[in-house]
Write a protein that binds this ligand. Structure first.
Ligand code: ZN
Length: 421
């Protein structure tokens, strides 16, 4: 299917992003404007934009180790001049770790390596990734179901950093770098004022904003909305998102930016309103929902993150980690609590049976609680592990988000393995 036709079908919700990923997997160039292209290889890697200037190419992002060579080859099929500057829109590896391939090409051709520009916090992020390398490897492996995953660290650091905004004039091209916080605290979006082209980085990703990841550092839902509003005021004609296809036309771009901002503003507003009345995390989590009309938009589907995870993130941003339940301030050891409940119920097997019944009735949230107590009370019981696995499989089936499914699946696999021990 031609790219334009596929875009229309994505925009109308007739096809899913998986189909687009399939279509671009060989490395596809989108002509954004004169002397500007964006290269796509898969939804799961940040796209790379190349801008041709009289001083050489400017790249926005770099892709990652398994897509960078393909991306660079696509760029080289379009322009062979040296890469003058690379902008990291943020420090996530699917935007920065392709720099190695870019540097290797420069070295092999005896050209200078490009200058790298990014927000100051990209440096801090890279330091943090070194400090928490083992943990990052574990959680990234869990999120994307990769065994023995090793988080790539050691990307080349930015040569120049900025704090709020930075204006660049490179070979006749004017670029405005603007900092905002959203998915990360180190984000940049790039505005080309004369062309009315906006490269949003991961502020726009063709799914519900990813501001609630259960295993990553604090994210910034409220400021994400502020950044989207700022982009909307620029009135771009063309929007290059961090992930997914380029959006052409002022009306569609404005709609996409506005809908994302409104959905986030709703979650933040509702969460804060309840918190300001003294609600606990439990009350907030079960009360605040995104209106269904937003979740039905093809670019706000909760397929990656889950709005409920965002609510938690918003709560913790303002409230710290305590959830308002006195039992969780200084909790008992989980295994002790589980044993006590099993004793009350007449044994861990009774808990497991009840968990299975609840799951059968579709009450998977409750079922997971009870199954985990059964498992903790009798960790060596293969039969209980089999029930736990079944309960978790039902819970996974009920989740729409990759993160919801992936983090439950970690324990489903654990139960499956232990049921055979
Ligand atoms: Zn990304």
């Amino acid at each position: 299917m031609p790219q334009d036709a596929l875009f229309e079908r994505l925009w109308s919700g007739a096809v899913q992003m998986e189909e687009w990923t399939e279509a671009v997997s060989a490395g596809v160039i989108t002509s954004v404007a004169e002397n500007i292209i964006t290269v796509h290889t898969t939804y799961f890697c940040g796209s790379v934009t190349a801008i041709r200037t009289t001083e050489g190419l400017v790249l926005i992002d770099t892709a990652k180790p398994d897509t960078a060579s393909q991306t660079l080859a696509a760029i080289r099929s379009w322009d062979d001049s040296p890469i003058h500057t690379v902008i990291y829109t943020h420090g996530h590896i699917d935007h920065t770790s392709g720099i190695k391939v870019i540097d290797e090409e420069a070295d092999a051709r005896a050209r200078p390596r490009p200058r790298i520009i990014a927000h100051r916090n990209v440096l801090r992020r890279m330091e943090r990734y070194e400090a928490s390398h083992g943990f990052n490897s574990i959680v990234q492996g869990q999120q994307f179901n990769k065994l023995d995953y090793v988080y790539p660290v050691g990307q080349r650091r930015p040569d120049e950093v900025y704090d709020d905004t930075l204006s660049l004039a490179i070979g006749g091209e004017q670029l405005e770098l603007i900092h905002g916080r959203g998915e990360t605290d180190d984000a940049t979006f790039v505005w080309l004022p004369r062309r009315r082209v906006l490269a949003s980085g991961d502020f726009v990703i063709w799914v519900f904003p990813n501001a609630g990841n259960p295993r990553k550092v604090q994210r910034y839902a409220a400021e994400w909305a502020v950044a989207l509003r700022r982009m909307e005021r620029l009135k771009p004609d063309i929007l290059i998102p961090g992930h997914g296809p380029v959006i052409f036309g002022e009306g569609r771009v404005a709609q996409m930016l506005r809908d994302g901002a409104e959905a986030l503003e709703h979650l933040v507003g509702e969460t804060l309103a309840l918190m300001n009345k003294g609600a606990t995390l439990d009350e907030v989590l079960h009360a605040v929902k995104v209106p269904a009309a937003y979740l039905a938009k093809p670019y706000l589907l909760p397929k990656y993150d889950d709005p409920e995870f965002l609510v938690r993130g918003i709560y913790h941003f303002y409230a710290g980690w305590f959830d308002g339940n006195p039992a969780s301030l200084k909790p008992a050891k989980n295994a002790d609590l589980a044993s006590e409940l099993a004793r009350l119920a007449g044994g861990a097997a009774k808990l497991a049976e009840r968990a299975a019944a609840l799951a059968e009735e579709g009450q998977t949230r409750l079922a997971v609680h009870i199954a985990e107590f059964a498992s903790s009370a009798a960790p060596g019981d293969g039969r209980i592990q089999a029930i736990r696995g079944e309960v978790l499989r039902k819970a996974i089936d009920g989740e729409s988000s990759l993160m919801g499914k992936a983090f439950l699946a970690v324990y489903e696999r654990d139960a499956e393995r232990r049921s055979r021990d």
